[in-house]
Structure formats: C-alpha cells, structure tokens
Design a protein around this ligand. Sequence first.
Ligand SMILES: [Zn+2]
Length: 272
Amino acid sequence: MKKYMIRCDMEGISGIVSYEQADPKKSEYQYGKKLFMSDLIAAVSGLIAGGADEVHIYDEHFFGRNIDLSEISSISSSDKIFVYMGKPPYEEDWAGGLTSDFDGLVLLGFHSKKGTKNALLNHTYENDIEDILVNGISVGEIGIETMIAKQMSVPLIMITADSEGVKEALQLEPEVIAVSVKESLGENSAICYPSNRTSQMIYDKAKEAAQRKWNRPVEDYKTGVHMKIRLADTIYSKEYLKMFSFPEFREKTVLCCWAKYWQNKLKVMEKL
Ligand SMILES: [Zn+2]
C-alpha cells in the first residue's frame, strides 16, 4: 500500500507570476486556476503511474477552494484520490491529514520564503509574517511543511516550484526530486514554458518519486522546539499583540507550535 500526500500552493505553479493570478478575488484568478489544475493533474497522474494506491491532496492556498473536482475526475483510477478542501486548520495532533503511514510528501506550486532577494512571489504564508524561526533557523513554507512531515517520519519526496523555491528546498533536503517549472527573474517575472512541457516534467518526476525507495527521516527534537514568528506591521499584528504576547512557542514539535499559532490566529481573525 503506497500512500502519498500532495500539499498545494499556487504561487509556484507553472506560469503564475503575479498575485493577480493567484488571489481568488482578482480578475486573472480563473486563468491561474487553470494553470494550477494542469500541474496538479500531472502530479497526481504521475504518482498513480508510479504505483500509488492512494493520493491525498490538501489544498492550502487561500481558502483551500482552488481545486476543480470535475477536472480531477478526468484522471483514471479516481477512486485512489482524496481531496481536502477548505483548508482545515492543523491541530496539535492533526497535520492536515498527514500521518506516519504516508510514504511521501509532495509540495506542489511552492515558492521561496519572504525576504529571498528578487525572488518570484517570495512570501511566508501571509503578508502578516516577516519570518519564522525554528530553533534559530529561518524557514518559510517549504521548511515548515517539510519539518511537520519529518516529525511523522514522512519524507519530502518531490517539490514543484519556481527556480528560487527549488533552491531553497534543495538546501533543506538535497535528496528531494525537484521540478523548476519557471525561472525566477524578479518578484513578478519569470521565464515560463508551454503547459504541455511542464505537465510532462511534473508527470515524469512524480512517477519517479513514487517508484523510488525512500528512507524515512527521523526528527528528534531532544530539547523541544522553539518557534518565533516575526510579524509585519499590519492591522492583524496589532490585534494579535493586543490579544496575545509576541508569537513565540516552546513545544515538543513544530506541529504543536504551528497549531498553537493558528489557534491564536483564528481568534484574532474573528475580531477583525
Ligand atoms: Zn504560499
């Protein structure tokens, strides 16, 4: 039984070079979604061709409502596919559906962390976050998702991202199968390729990722995890600091810290 989880983001999808294409409230979003579905279908089909028995998809972009289920149903063996929509928040004991019986994590459509110089759409989750430090090391979305998976002994097996996102992933996990779907030229520009080319690249690598034998990582935070979140100066952060103290957590795992932050965040959002 081979089981994989795909975590989806949108800024690192083929052809996306602006938030205009990735923000559901913006006019170019429908085109962005089309590009997103093309990459996603290639990744799922590749994993299934490589022998996956189950592919779980967790959509974490914006409200988690970016997946077109009718398009997903075009994939044969659609009985192997499970889709988590609506971005259910991670809990201290629930990592967005990821459990230790998964054989690998795929990050689809990711990007470099906030502050990566001149890098295409660089950011860390939301505009409100400047940086996340885990035991003193600065990480972005790629780092956090990989650490949470590691804690479950699930290896990061593949990433698709822009060239800068790929660089960041390879620094963290040199073994990961990486697909650079566009060459970052600046915060809002990249060299992109025709969709059939990126689809083929993603399909081939996903197949290879499912066929490869991966070692399960061991993440043992002997002294626990210290997570510090540097907030940008926004209305949200002002409200956050009114309700809670500076976001800093000391827990057993990265997931616990991240879930604690999210519990607070959701309370702040209710007030805004
Ligand atoms: Zn993102």
